[in-house]
Design a protein around this ligand. Structure first.
Ligand code: SF4
Length: 357
């Protein structure tokens, strides 16, 4: 079967099933890369009218709490050399971004990965790497901790956020498209706890469409299961070696998420065994001083609602007016995986299907 006829067949299949379901259905895609696929291929435009796709908190930069951003900017201003991923530099803090701090003369390096940060550490022994991300990036950070890199950890576990989203009364989710990259590390077993249809999906447009079709099958059959559309990469047990190194270096703690608030057991802090590589231990007093000095100021940014699928970016008063990729007012416009940035790039907000505002 040609690719074109595959698309035609699956779309016809989705249309028939959506007609049979005969009610509005909301599916949430949980990975920023899925959101990119959905926008890039105009998937919202070709779905039946009763199927709504909303983006979830799948962008690690976006969900990083404001206090972590302010702490790392504070460390930079106190003269500590900082390294982190390039898209973090533009995230606005309460007083400034890391990029502005760098323009003012602080030592901030944008790196592609932790290996690059380890190289910088050879020249700058005090270097702190601002580590963030879900289970996909955590194993590499754990490896770097073992190699001696000092980390400020904002790493998170994804599954507790899914549990939190399902409990929200303001959201009515009929099915999740589970994150492929995260699941490749964690496996799929934990998802079985959730009483909602779920499909782990790959990142091609055809993967996302298949996932939607599979979710519809579950709904029509009155089931809630965990299906794996991405079996070519994701195994039920995940990646045991990656899980082992995460467990060796990190311990599970509660963590603050932008928009979602404090989520129990959703954070990863560096274990005592590696405390000399834990920036929160090494710079404990300095961070206390930074926290005392930081006063949060009100912001019109609606990123917290966008991250939960509660607001479409176009319904943020700043979208494409004051806020754009050159002048981002919140992390959702900064990161390539941020919903506002994706919508800005692909004009997704002009599409028919809206989120549940
Ligand atoms: S458009 Fe900008 S200001 Fe509005 S929610 Fe998105 S990032 Fe925040």
């Amino acid at each position: 079967m040609t690719k074109k006829s595959q698309y035609t067949t699956i779309l016809e299949d989705i249309r028939k099933k959506a007609l049979l379901a005969s009610r509005p259905l909301t599916f949430m895609e949980l990975c920023g890369t899925h959101s990119q696929t959905v926008a890039q291929h105009g998937i919202k435009n070709i779905l039946p009218k009763n199927i709504k796709l909303v983006a979830g908190p799948g962008c690690p930069v976006c969900v990083t709490d404001q206090s972590d951003i302010d702490n790392i900017i504070g460390l930079a201003l106190e003269g500590i050399p900082i390294a982190t991923y390039g898209d973090v530099l533009k995230v606005p803090g309460n007083s400034m971004s890391l990029e502005k701090a760098r323009a003012g003369g602080t030592d901030v390096s944008a790196v592609y990965d932790v290996a690059e940060a380890l190289e910088i550490k050879k020249r700058k022994p005090d270097l702190v790497f601002f580590g963030m991300g879900f289970e996909t990036t955590t194993p590499m950070t754990a490896w770097a901790v073992r190699k001696g890199l000092t980390i400020y950890s904002s790493h998170k576990r994804f599954f507790p956020a899914m549990e939190t989203l399902l409990k929200k009364k303001s959201l009515k989710i009929d099915g999740f498209i589970n994150p492929g990259h995260v699941s490749a590390i964690t496996g799929t077993k934990m998802y079985e706890k959730l009483k909602v249809p779920q499909v782990v999906a790959g990142f091609e447009a055809i993967d996302v469409l298949r996932a939607i079709s599979m979710l519809l099958d579950q709904i029509l059959n009155g089931k809630h299961e965990v299906q794996n559309e991405y079996a070519r990469v994701v195994k039920k047990g995940g990646n045991p070696r990656a899980q082992k190194i995460i467990a060796e270096v990190f311990e599970v703690v509660d963590a603050n998420w932008r928009g979602l608030g404090k989520i129990k057991s959703s954070g990863l802090a560096i274990r005592k065994k590696y405390q000399k590589q834990n920036a929160e231990y090494v710079f404990e007093n300095l961070l206390k001083k930074i926290r005392r000095k930081t006063t949060s100021k009100p912001t019109a940014c609606k990123c917290g609602e966008v991250l939960q699928g509660l607001r479409d970016p176009k319904n943020c008063p700043l979208f494409a007016k004051i806020c754009n990729p050159q002048n981002p007012q919140g992390p959702c416009m900064v990161s390539v995986e941020g919903t506002c940035s994706i919508d800005y790039k692909y004009g997704r907000s002009k599409q028919r299907n809206q989120r549940c505002d």
